[in-house]
Design a protein around this ligand. Structure first.
Ligand code: MN
Length: 293
């Protein structure tokens, strides 16, 4: 019999703030009353743009050119479309249900905008950006992108709905994303009175974000839309029971990377001197160039 994990933290969405002019996000961690980067490792940051119905606009919406080094950014488009461009000449668009997994590694400049036609048309927008740390040995990996279309995700049937496996694996179903440390990233797409049960080693960090609907966690704790739950490390078991149709839950789990974290703005390294080096490399043009909007 698997010991259920406790529910360690249940957080309502914090007051949102703007990232550029395109992302109005609830910042669940780090800081802001949420768990620390050490407690969430390998996850570094969670920004959540809850559902918004955007009016049409002729002005671009997004975040202009900025650098990253030392980690990965994972952007999940539940609704709406996002375009990106970077200093290595890469660009792409992710649409509804898709995920962009960007390894910043040794460093990129990029910009993240709502796709132009979507901006002009307006419409539903619902988005997650999750930052995932890289082990020290891979922080200077060459930048790369994985564009993960919803149809390419692993699909695990539940009683009535299904789970999409984006990264890692669950019950033998493997996700397409390649990761540098053990990470499991799943969308639980549940119908009413559906059930998801899983066990992960107790040292793994496990958290859930309710994208839509209503569910009960760990047998007796209600999880409402836009709330975040951190499970304890006092067991292995994870139990999610949906209470509404169209209940979608993002489940993030991973083995902690047991290394020091030196984090400053868009750079996440292991030591202060590596952060200074990142600034120096950024200012001396080693991240390349990219035209702003
Ligand atoms: Mn970025």
């Amino acid at each position: 019999m698997t010991q259920l994990r406790s529910l360690e933290r249940l957080l309502p969405p914090p007051n949102p703030h703007w990232v550029g002019n395109g992302f109005h996000v609830h910042h669940f961690f780090p800081g802001n009353g949420g768990p620390s980067q050490e407690r969430m490792s390998p996850f570094l940051l969670l920004d959540y743009n809850s559902f918004a119905d955007l009016p049409p606009s002729d002005l671009p919406r997004g975040v202009d050119v900025h650098p990253h080094r030392g980690f990965e950014t994972v952007t999940i488009a539940y609704r709406g479309r996002i375009a990106h461009h970077d200093s290595a000449g890469n660009s792409g668009v992710i649409g509804e249900g898709d995920v962009q997994w960007m390894t910043a590694g040794s460093g990129v400049l990029h910009k993240e905008y709502h796709e132009l036609d979507f901006t002009r048309r307006g419409g539903p927008f619902h988005m997650v950006q999750l930052w995932i740390n890289l082990p020290a040995a891979h922080k200077m990996h060459a930048p790369r992108y994985q564009e993960i279309r919803s149809e390419n995700m692993g699909r695990l049937p539940l009683n009535r709905g299904f789970a999409e496996v984006i990264a890692g694996s669950c019950a033998g179903i493997i996700g397409p994303a390649s990761t540098f440390s053990p990470v499991h990233l799943l969308n639980l797409r549940m119908d009413a009175d559906d059930r998801f049960e899983w066990a992960l080693p107790s040292n793994y960090h496990v958290a859930l974000l309710a994208i839509s609907g209503k569910s009960v966690l760990q047998g007796d704790r209600e999880l409402s839309q836009d709330h975040f739950a951190l499970l304890g490390k006092d067991g292995e078991g994870i139990l999610v029971e949906s209470r509404m149709p169209n209940t979608t839950i993002l489940l993030m789990a991973g083995e902690p990377i047991d290394e020091p974290i030196a984090s400053y703005g868009p750079f996440v390294m292991n030591t202060q001197s590596e952060i200074l080096q990142a600034f120096e490399d950024f200012h001396s043009g080693k991240f390349g160039t990219l035209q702003g909007e």
